[in-house]
Design a protein around this ligand. Structure first.
Ligand SMILES: Nc1ncnc2c1ncn2[C@@H]1O[C@H](COP(=O)(O)OP(=O)(O)OP(=O)(O)O)[C@@H](O)[C@H]1O
Length: 365
């Protein structure tokens, strides 16, 4: 695959103290679906707007399809942006909205009709061509905005929180629809979201941002299974953080002392004996042990809280030092609920060494 977007040392300083984006370099491959993910204020929208030409960088270079576009206005770039509020014209029909950009470009009526028809077919809304936006549901309006963006056949589609106006159920459905749309049209998608599930479900690659910089980037599963920092581990999914101390580290295996016992972990880089660390593990990777069952990395504690969330159960287990470990388990059938341990009951948990992350230093949640 060839690179379609190349950002080289891009910064945006709004003032000497307000830094939107701080020296970011990023390459997006042709046809990729890349998501910029992070909490409010981390600089993801500023970065997206700079790719679109709606904001100019204070340093760095932006190349689109090998062309330096750093100082080009939006209309000179082969990109199209879908905004949060869709920005549809209320006085125009769906067909006119979708065809508007082509009309401005000077295309003939027949050509516009064909392209509008194809774009609306792609989003499954050709039967709505004569309606006005206000006669459509939120999800339909979102699809019209997408059709209007792809009808101009841009090389890159920029999406700024495209699903934020939709309710939870529709959001879930649109995540899958947009993923399929991306596969069908083959255009490069760059999306901004603060919703980690959305990023994991839809993207080929997720770029996690922190204070204007890239904290980590990778395929969704890479980020989930190998977060590079507590920030990423906390932002993507839920993580148990347990304060600890390194007992020893030999090769890729480290022994960590934690508040209720010891944990073995598989580590990427050697750790210094006696150093302060934080062990992390995902709640669904922590297993409840049956009586008499043996395992590596056994943690003992008492049930402090039971949280039922339909699909399964989350137990908060308090260790001897007062720290808590959450464990998630699915409930395979209704009867399983009767086996839920009561508050205060002692139990044993286990987590496999390859499911334990170790971060140097203390983590403040
Ligand atoms: N036009 C502006 N003038 C001054 N500061 C700005 C401007 N736009 C953004 N900022 C600041 O730059 C930083 C990054 O903002 P940005 O909007 O890119 O973050 P974001 O991650 O997209 O957040 P959100 O999800 O809330 O939109 C923030 O500190 C913000 O206050």
């Amino acid at each position: 695959m060839a690179a379609i977007i190349e950002l080289e040392n891009i910064s945006k300083h709004y003032s000497p103290t307000i830094i939107g984006v701080d020296n970011v370099s990023l390459t997006v491959e042709d046809g990729e679906f890349v998501t910029l993910l992070g909490p409010s204020g981390c600089g993801k929208s500023t970065l997206l707007r700079m790719i679109g030409g709606f904001e100019t960088p204070t340093a760095g270079t932006i190349r689109l399809a090998d062309k330096d576009v750093t100082w080009d206005p939006p209309y000179k770039r082969e990109v199209n942006m879908v905004f949060q509020d869709y920005a549809l014209f209320p006085h125009m029909t769906v067909g006119e909205n979708v065809g508007y950009g082509l009309k401005v470009k000077g295309l003939g009526r027949l050509e516009i009709e064909t392209k509008v028809h194809d774009a609306l077919k792609l989003v499954g809304l050709f039967d709505k061509v004569k309606l006005r936006p206000q006669q459509l549901s939120g999800g339909q309006r979102q699809r019209i905005a997408l059709a209007r963006a792809i009808v101009r056949e841009p090389k890159v589609l920029l999406l700024d929180e495209p699903l934020s106006a939709l309710d939870a159920k529709l959001r879930e459905q649109m995540q899958i629809e947009m993923k399929h749309l991306h596969e069908k049209v083959g255009i490069t998608f760059v999306m901004v979201t603060h919703d980690q599930t959305e990023a994991l479900v839809m993207s080929d690659r997720v770029v996690v941002m922190e204070k204007g910089r890239i904290a980590q980037q990778g395929r969704p599963q890479e980020l989930y299974d190998h977060p590079a920092s507590p920030y990423v581990a906390n932002f993507i999914g839920t993580t148990n953080f347990l304060p600890g101390r390194v007992i020893r580290c030999e090769g890729e295996r480290a022994e960590i002392e934690i508040g209720g016992g010891r944990l073995s972990a598989i580590v990427d880089a050697p750790l210094v004996a006696d150093s302060i660390v934080t062990a992390g593990c995902r709640p669904e990777k922590v297993r409840l042990l049956a009586e008499g069952e043996t395992a590596e990395n056994v943690i003992e504690g008492r049930v402090a809280e039971v949280i039922y969330y339909g699909l399964g159960l989350r137990l908060a287990v308090e260790l001897a030092d007062g720290s808590r470990v959450y464990t998630d388990s699915l409930l395979p059938d209704r009867l399983a609920l009767s086996a839920v341990p009561p508050l205060g009951q002692s139990l044993r948990l286990a987590v496999a060494p390859h499911n334990v992350f170790v971060f140097e230093g203390e983590v403040t949640p």
